[in-house]
Design a protein around this ligand. Structure first.
Ligand code: SAH
Length: 209
């Protein structure tokens, strides 16, 4: 899986992201993706595709998880917010790279099973809660990095507010089938700049019922 990702990146599949840092590579080598997919899909867990995990959610394509993780440019002392816990795979990858991961999932049964899975596998610095990630997690803000793993029509303002100065947000933006992976950076003065990385296809960031 890792070799495949490296080849795709070197061939230009993810625009400006041509390679992964050693830290990101080693996170990929240590997290067992087969633990995060339904039992009947375990034998295809290491292919480069998204897979269904129930409740209309998917575990993201490994290439895209790698690119998003790289773009988050995390440091060991960082506190990171993930929106869209799903299976918990992206949270597990981030877990080994930063001090603390907070992850919000709209669908309560997915939040519960991801929290159980992460605890069982020993990822102790990940806290999962059920809720609407559109609002971020104000009680735990601000964040060094925010990784949104569902497609938003627009960048949620609450998430921009919850970025630290110097912070990064990686987020798929745009209508379904026309999403672009974007990076938003907030400078020391609180001004934001954004740039576009590559087209992606994520399940939509849904409004809370
Ligand atoms: N990061 C996940 C993949 C997420 S798929 C993984 O590694 O497996 C996108 C997830 O976002 C789905 O589980 C979906 O239920 C969730 N989601 C959709 N809208 C949301 C919202 N408003 N707040 C939080 N989670 C949301």
């Amino acid at each position: 899986m890792v070799r495949n990702i490296r080849q795709l990146l070197a061939a230009g599949a993810a625009g400006e992201v041509r390679r992964l840092d050693a830290r990101v590579l080693s996170a990929f080598e240590t997290v067992p993706r087969h633990e995060f997919v339904p039992p009947d899909l375990r034998d295809v867990a290491y292919g480069d595709h998204a897979l269904p995990i129930g409740y209309e959610a998917t575990i993201s394509q490994p290439l895209v998880v790698a690119v998003m993780t790289q773009l988050a440019r995390t440091e060991p002392d960082d506190v990171v917010l993930e929106v869209g816990t799903g299976s918990g795979y992206q949270a597990a990858i981030l877990s080994g790279l930063v001090r603390q991961v907070y992850s919000i999932e709209l669908v309560a049964p997915l939040a519960r099973s991801a929290a159980e899975r992460l605890a069982r596998l020993g990822y102790r610095n990940v806290e999962v809660r059920a809720g609407d990630g559109y609002q971020g997690w104000p009680e735990r803000a601000p964040f060094d990095a925010i990784v949104v793993t569902a497609g938003a029509p627009k960048v949620p303002p609450a998430l921009v507010e919850q970025m630290k100065p110097g912070g990064r947000m990686v987020i798929p933006v745009g209508p379904q089938r026309e999403q672009q992976l974007m990076v938003i950076e907030k400078d020391a003065a609180g001004r934001t700049r954004q740039r576009r990385i590559m087209p992606v296809l994520f399940v939509p960031l849904r409004p809370a019922a």
